[in-house]
Design a binder for this molecule. Sequence first.
Ligand code: FES
Ligand SMILES: [Fe+2]
Length: 452
Amino acid sequence: MTAINLTPPSANPQTHTERGDLHRPAALTPTVDVSSLIDTTNGVVDRAIFTNREIYEQELRRVFAPSWLFLGHVSQLTKKGDFFTTYMGEDPVIVSMDQDKKIQAFLNSCRHRGARVCRADAGNTKAFSCTYHGWAFDLQGKLQNVPNEAGYNEKFDREAWGLVPVAQLDTYRGLIFATWNPKAPPLPEALGDMAWYMDAMLNRDPEGTEVVGGVMKWVLKGNWKLAAEQFATDWYHVNMSHASALMVLSPTGKGPVSGIANTPGRQYVDPQGHGAGFPTHPKSRFDAQAVHEHYDYDALRDRLGAARVEGPMTTGHATVFPNFSYLPVNGSIRIWHPKGPDEMEVWAWTLLDKSMPPEVKEAQRLYNLRTFGPSGIFESDDGENWSEVQAISHGFITNNTPLNYQMGLGSERHDGVYPGTTSELYSDAAGRSFYARWADLMNTPAWHEETE
Ligand code: FES
Ligand SMILES: [Fe+2]
């Protein structure tokens, strides 16, 4: 029988005290073999992966719990005691800056009866006090105060009942990531070549980046993977789904400027499930005019290389597996929080270069809101598509009718210009890779399932 123990014994000698004699029977966590649901060789996907509750529960424990997940941006925490709350999968998490100005992250669930110990989105505090019975935890999640502690006998060990910390936390150029998995490879290894593409957004400015305008949050009907895979692999929908938005943005007002439709470009296909796509045509710009004028492109070419400046910096889309996505030119970074098989919550930030003058920052912020804010002219097209797909997916015949991911089959190669494996801009290659990675994780017992 498999014992689930989320805390590695080596990291916490109190494990036995914490769990007492509890062991969770394996029957509570049935496992589905997803091998027959994903065929990446032929590019076919079974729709059950978007609708099935058992598969969803398995994703939480085998995809989300073991993976590095995005938490937020370092600029959200500047002073001791600053904190914000978020989710890792469906697990509520507090991210705080402790007394030593170190970033901490731990489960936002009281160890007494399980209430959240922080219900605010963000703020500054000295401690997190549970509003149920008053247990209080410090900025590192340690249990600090227990009302009527005399009511517990001498076996009560305050140190054993702190908030559950993440196993690893790291940042990449201002982005905070964490994982519950003590055995996950270090973050740089988990990002691999994807970091080169991310730098087209994160490393334009020697001073780095910051987020402004708070976190925009909205709920969408649709499985989280519909959004994550689209940002990994799908430039294909742009001309059709966003036709009216492109018309608004085009200088003539008559539609995409010539050269945008069926434009050349590349798609990055990462073996760990990340993906990115970008046109390489000089007319395929979607940036705000003020931002465009702000950049010294010669300096950027020196800094990032011409291939990156003419490619992923120009415009494009990307997903860091599993559920962090971004649009470099709009300055939109976002996470697709899973909320059951049929729903996701989108949390989106506006990311800017720190040294931009205030008026350029404001132009970028407004441009991001207009295009990819909650009611942005592009964002609403995408949300509509995902909701449409999800709305009909529970029909029996519908659900049993597989989906096509065959574009660009066999096109993956090393092109000598861009790092790693790439495909054409119009391709499902990164989508196939996303699902190959997903299936691999789904079929592999995670660290917490290892038999003792
Ligand atoms: S649930 Fe938090 S103190 Fe009781
Ligand atoms: Fe889109």
